[in-house]
Design a protein around this ligand. Structure first.
Ligand code: PRX
Length: 719
């Protein structure tokens, strides 16, 4: 895996750096200062914030590590208190709160019954606006979770430590199923509903689940989508991989009606609403789990193709999401909190379900597309439900800004706090979010983190540290980041240079391993900067996040994006290898390469380059087959913006496809030195053909920012 080679980035991307500022022109300084100006949180926010006393920064200072995290763990109810806060005896397999026992479902549900049983835990908003919203109280959630846990245990035969996979859309049944598993100590693995049946099947096989929980259909963009059909594909794919799915549990979007055209397979497929009446009002004793027991798996894309099942713990993870939800999301039990993301991603697990519920707040779930049926929908939901904390991704913010820049003013809602997560946000978009969507009334946090991390790594503490558009902020409480160059030298804050951002210390939310692949876990995340292989001192094991970043003199980080071969589309990581393998399922295709293109709404979009087997000619039919293969293998989210059929790919002498060269072509950027390629002549041919087509599509080139240019230039790393 490569990395940004201590790349010089423009002074425009660094803040408050007089050395660098001195070297650039007046105009650049002007842009720079306007871009980087601090924005203070509203006074009204500070007055009520959970973390308003700066003493909290001292409590989490490095000399108090690891005991500082007791403060997070103490937000939970434990069955047995731990004896060791951090066990480093088998690095980098850190153990947190060793000796402690707890149940995650009890912490998110049962313990709130005494004080607010009939307060809404979730408010579900169906996509069709005429359909009524549904409030599920903590008491009702308790009932539903217990009944589904009883069904899983007594009918499904699952036991503590087993895995159960869900392929569920944004419906209340999803958190119910998650919490039911947590109650039993069963490890859940939710596959994003938009992923294809094949992608789901691969993940089921990897986790070894024998039960798949799905739904007949759900609404998206005004359409009732047939979802159960994907379960049939998942079963087939798992079978090809030598794994049997014994039972498919099917929730119905509307009880008694079936929204799918796929037949129910006798003895394999069962409607949940047929089975549940047997378990009516059954209460399941929660299983008291060791803090270190896995709570769930969340698959994410990586550099080497096969998705990684990130294994998250019970005690460490739950403490970390509770603590960060309290101090960074500023959640109070009286808030109405809406994270407009999908539970199928880590954001949803941590900051729709586990974090907010552990604090006993009301969490909003929305079924559908944010701009359906129009660009005012999100703001109507905020108005109607009295949402006061709003959380979403830059891709959604860009879309809402593009489709309805003036919509927020039409609605009477008031946010105290807003979050952006998942990819870098452009300062102009940040400002719209703050000034227009937030009406200037909210504190904003730009939270940088990853599926692997459980919770936030970089962010401002909203009442105590000012915001800076485009920068996430410093490391969060108890997280001590550092930027290293390729040789492991520290890149100093304010130097104007970018490098690989790492976290020097372990933290409770960090994933425990890649499911079933401990060596790969060590190799990807720790080997690069490990100082001594046999050391049991955590200082010797920095966590390699795989992101490029630059740190300003004030300690704030600006994240430049991935340094590996992953394309971040609308905040979702797609592995290039997965995309390319999908293309190769099309008979005609000989070779495929996926590259990112800068996209105004989705951040990055995918473009596929394919070359065909000898003797075949390019056709629209093959292009369509390639796009369809990606839909089938991965899902619509990965659908390429273009499929380019080329006669040959630019290659190194050792035969590796030079993705950075084609990425340069797709982005109208400099392709760099191509003289050492095995076939430099194809570069001009491809460029001519593709750029002419793009111009014909009205895709005019735009000047890339220095960070974007660096990302494209270093994409792929096949040298
Ligand atoms: O490149 C970073 C980007 O998203 C990656 C993690 O993606 P994923 O595991 O899907 O998790 C997304 C939600 C936590 C990171 O390696 N990223 C995430 N948040 C930010 C970000 N880039 C810049 N700013 C952020 N706030």
């Amino acid at each position: 895996m490569g990395g940004i080679r201590a790349a010089e980035v423009s002074a425009m991307t660094t803040a408050h750096n007089s050395k660098v500022d001195a070297q650039v022109s007046e105009a650049q300084i002007a842009v720079h200062w306007r871009e980087e100006e601090y924005v203070a949180p509203p006074v009204s926010f500070i007055g009520q914030a959970n973390a308003a006393d700066p003493a909290i920064l001292d409590r989490f200072a490095e000399e108090r590590f690891p005991d500082c995290f007791k403060e997070y763990a103490d937000l939970l109810s434990w069955d047995a208190y731990w004896h060791t806060t951090l066990d480093t005896s088998k690095p980098p397999f850190w153990k947190w709160f060793v000796g402690g026992r707890l149940n995650a479902c009890v912490n998110c549900v049962d313990r709130h019954l005494a004080t607010h049983a009939n307060k809404a835990a979730f408010i579900w908003v169906p996509e069709p606006e005429a359909e009524a919203t549904l409030a599920i109280t903590y008491r009702e959630l308790y009932r539903r979770v217990n009944e589904f846990a009883a069904l899983l245990r007594d009918w499904g035969g699952v036991q503590t430590g087993d895995r159960v996979t869900f392929h569920l859309p944004m419906v209340p049944e999803l958190p119910v199923a998650m919490l039911a598993c947590a109650r039993l100590g069963v490890i859940h693995s939710e596959v994003f509903g938009g992923f294809s049946g094949a992608a789901c099947g691969g993940r089921v096989a990897d986790s070894g689940s024998t039960i798949l929980v799905t739904m007949d259909g759900y609404y998206r963009n005004g359409e009732l989508i047939d979802h159960k059909v994907k379960a049939d594909q998942a079963v087939a794919t798992a079978a090809e991989l030598g794994h049997a799915i014994d039972k498919v549990l099917v929730f119905r979007r509307r009880s008694g009606q079936y929204a799918s055209g796929s037949p129910m397979v006798e003895g394999r497929d069962f409607f949940v609403d047929d089975l549940l009446p047997t378990y009516r009002d059954v209460v399941v004793e929660p299983v008291s789990m060791p803090a270190e027991a896995p709570l769930f798996l969340m698959y994410t894309s990586g550099t080497t193709g096969q998705p990684k099942g990130c294994q998250h713990s019970t005690g460490g993870y739950l403490s970390y999401v509770a603590g960060t939800s309290k101090y960074y999301q500023d959640i109070h039990p009286t808030d109405t909190y809406w994270c407009c993301a999908d539970i199928g991603w880590i954001t949803g697990h941590s900051y729709i379900v586990y974090g907010p519920l552990s604090l006993g707040t009301t969490s909003v779930l929305y079924e559908g597309v944010p701009a359906y049926p129009d660009a005012g929908r999100v703001w109507r939901i905020c108005q109607r439900l009295g949402v006061n904390i709003f959380h979403t991704a830059p891709t959604t913010i860009r879309m809402l800004r593009k489709l309805g820049p003036d919509e927020p003013a039409k609605y009477d809602y008031h946010l105290k706090h807003m979050t952006t997560v998942g990819e870098p946000i452009e300062p102009e978009v940040w400002r719209w979010y703050h000034d227009v969507a937030g009406k200037g009334e909210a504190a904003i946090v730009d939270t940088w983190w990853q599926t692997e991390n459980g919770g936030f790594l970089g962010s401002t503490l909203p009442a105590l540290q000012p915001m800076k558009p485009g920068s996430c902020g410093p490391g969060v409480l108890g997280i001590y980041p550092v930027i290293y160059d390729e040789d492991g030298q520290v890149v100093e804050a304010g130097s104007g240079k970018a490098g690989n951002i790492c976290i020097r210390n372990p933290w409770p939310g960090i994933f425990q391993t890649i499911w079933g692949q401990p060596d790969r876990f060590v190799h990807i995340y720790y080997e690069k900067y490990n100082k001594h292989k046999d050391s049991t001192d955590w200082h010797d094991w920095p966590y390699f996040a795989g992101d490029g970043a630059v740190q300003a003199a004030d300690g704030y980080f600006r994240i430049l994006g991935r340094v590996d071969d992953v394309i971040n589309v609308a905040g979702h990581r797609l592995g290039t290898k997965e995309l390319e393998s999908a293309c190769l399922t099309v008979d005609e295709v000989a070779e495929a390469a996926a590259v990112p293109v800068i996209d105004e709404v989705r951040g990055r979009a995918v473009e596929m380059y394919v070359s065909l087997k000898p003797g075949l000619t390019a056709s629209k039919d093959v292009e369509d087959k390639v796009a369809a293969a990606i839909d089938t293998e991965i899902g619509k989210i990965a659908r390429p913006k273009h499929v380019w059929i080329v006669s040959d790919m630019p290659k190194t002498r050792s035969g590796k496809i030079m993705r950075r060269v084609i990425a340069g072509i797709s982005n109208f950027a400099d392709v760099g030195d191509v003289s050492t390629l095995a076939n430099p002549e194809v570069v001009a041919d491809i460029r001519h053909h593709i750029q002419a087509e793009k111009l014909a599509h009205g895709e005019a080139p735009r000047q890339l920012t220095p960070a974007e240019a660096e990302e494209i230039r270093s994409f792929g790393h096949a040298e």
